[in-house]
Ligand binder design. Structure first.
Ligand code: HEM
Length: 450
């Protein structure tokens, strides 16, 4: 941030590599001809393509088009909502046990995110919430995979060698990748068996999760992602869920409970949504928040956006490669092949876009009539990326976060123990010190609010 304050909107970090202060349209618009850089390849096994890392635009467009229906609003509401609610109920039950105690909220949110990610992807929880622990040390291993990708991604050519060296040193593939790949393989076998069992009665169960949906697409369209791609894309889905969701929930809860007036405004909005006919949210604080609720809750939307603005879930620039002929970026010509990227932290603290009080948590800044200022703020918000590479799981993630928020804030007071939230800034940022004092809101008080 300070470099941009000092040198302006483009800062050259290395030969052919520039940081840009805000998401220039040439680089991030829907029509862009820029591709993802090799940086992303280090987040998966070498030589295996994923939608997330793919740099061939045509291949990416084809694959994304075939996966998009699995992430449509209809699919999300009809197929995954039940599983999400089950994870949320389990999360609340676990938190109930810690009334009047201090807990490591960051850990519990990672357990929640890991289970929700695996539930939606495989139709089955890995079991972090059930076991109340980091099953097989996967969460710890995931953190080192993210650290690995964030560092080795800077020198992508060494990825195959370092990866092989680590596999040799540890006597296996890196533990997280190996575990999720094995999990994917065995769930694929189970789902395929269910689909082709003798009387076919289980047919529908295969479409209730992303992997089942991918198998169905694969059967219909023979040139869709190979079986290999199907094994690695689920890895991204669980990964993306784990990193992005846990961090977004951590920052949102932290800032909300640090700003009681915002918390009470949000609770009020939820109560009103309940009174206005959406009985699910009203009936009990563990009850279901539906997609329809979210549409009518501008303050909830503002709280999530403001939390992601002030503490973005990604810590590194979203790197792109300029097309052969080069391009003009922020008024400067840069040659073809240059790598440029905007860092979310720099973009989200731009005073020209968000106002002089960028350091303050103020969800109200998002509540204003539609107009140029608001659309400028939205265009600059990179929480889910931008353009053709925008997060495929965006709607799903918004529903997951909203569902959990709506039940947690109505059931608990979660007072942060530390005055500031420290963030570990790998490619996916991670909260470090989110300890909270849990107090269950008394039943009487809660129902009087409902
Ligand atoms: C709050 C949670 C989440 C956040 C903050 C988040 C953030 C992001 C961001 C910033 C990108 C763009 C990366 C780039 O351009 O370099 C991205 C891409 C992606 N995300 Fe998410 N994500 C979240 C949840 C999810 C979930 C739950 C899924 C899937 C189940 C998912 C799947 C993907 C995929 C597949 C891509 C690559 C899309 C493409 O390149 O076409 N994300 N996400």
């Amino acid at each position: 941030m300070s470099w941009h304050d000092r040198y302006g909107p483009i800062v050259r970090l290395a030969p052919g590599v520039c940081s840009i202060s805000s998401p220039d349209r040439t680089v991030y618009s829907e029509q862009t001809r820029c591709t993802k850089s090799d940086f992303y390849s280090a987040f998966g096994p070498p030589g295996r393509s994923t939608l997330f890392a793919e740099s061939d635009m045509k291949k990416h467009r084809r694959e994304r088009k075939s996966l998009a229906p699995l992430f449509s609003t209809t699919a999300i509401v009809e197929k995954y909502s039940g599983g999400i609610d089950d994870c949320n109920k389990l999360f609340l039950q676990q938190l109930d046990r810690y009334d009047d105690k201090i807990i490591d909220m960051k850990h519990w949110l990672e357990c929640w995110a890991g289970d929700i990610g695996s539930q939606v992807t495989f139709g089955k929880r890995i079991g972090f919430l059930d076991e109340r622990e980091d099953v097989g040390h996967l969460l710890r291993a995931k953190a080192s995979v993210l650290r690995y990708g964030s560092i080795v991604g800077i020198y992508p050519r060494i990825h195959p060698y370092v990866h092989a060296l680590m596999a040799w040193w540890r006597g296996s593939k890196p533990i997280w990748l190996a575990y999720v790949l094995e999990f994917t393989k065995s769930r694929m076998a189970e789902l395929q068996y269910q689909k082709h069992d003798l009387d076919g009665s289980n047919k529908d169960s295969t479409t209730g999760c992303l992997l089942g949906g991918m198998l169905a697409v694969h059967e219909k369209v023979s040139d869709h992602a190979s079986i290999g791609g199907m094994r690695t894309d689920p890895l991204v889905f669980v990964f993306a869920g784990l990193g992005g969701l846990a961090t977004t929930m951590s920052t949102t809860l932290f800032y909300l409970y640090q700003h009681p007036q915002c918390l009470s405004k949000l609770r009020q909005e939820m109560d009103t949504a309940g009174r206005e006919g959406h009985s699910g949210i009203k009936s009990a604080s563990h009850q279901l928040f539906t997609y329809k609720h979210g549409i009518n809750m501008p303050y909830l939307d503002a709280v999530i956006k403001e939390s992601a603005r002030i503490s973005p879930p990604n810590g590194a620039p979203l790197w792109r490669v300029l097309p052969e002929e080069g391009a003009i970026v922020h008024g400067h010509f840069l040659p073809g092949g240059s790598v440029v990227g905007s860092n979310l932290w720099v973009a989200h603290y731009n005073k020209n876009v968000y106002g002089a009080d960028v350091q303050d948590f103020r969800p109200e800044r998002w509540i204003q009539p539609p107009g140029e200022a608001l659309s400028h703020m939205n265009q600059n918000l990179m929480m889910f990326g931008l353009g053709p590479r925008t997060c495929l799981g965006k709607n799903l993630a918004c529903l997951e976060v909203s569902k959990l928020l709506s039940v947690v804030v109505r059931r608990f007071d979660l007072q942060p123990i530390h005055p500031t939230l420290e963030i570990e800034s790998d490619f996916v940022a991670k909260a470090r010190n989110h300890e909270v004092l849990v107090s269950r809101i008394a039943e009487k008080l809660r129902t009087s609010c409902e």
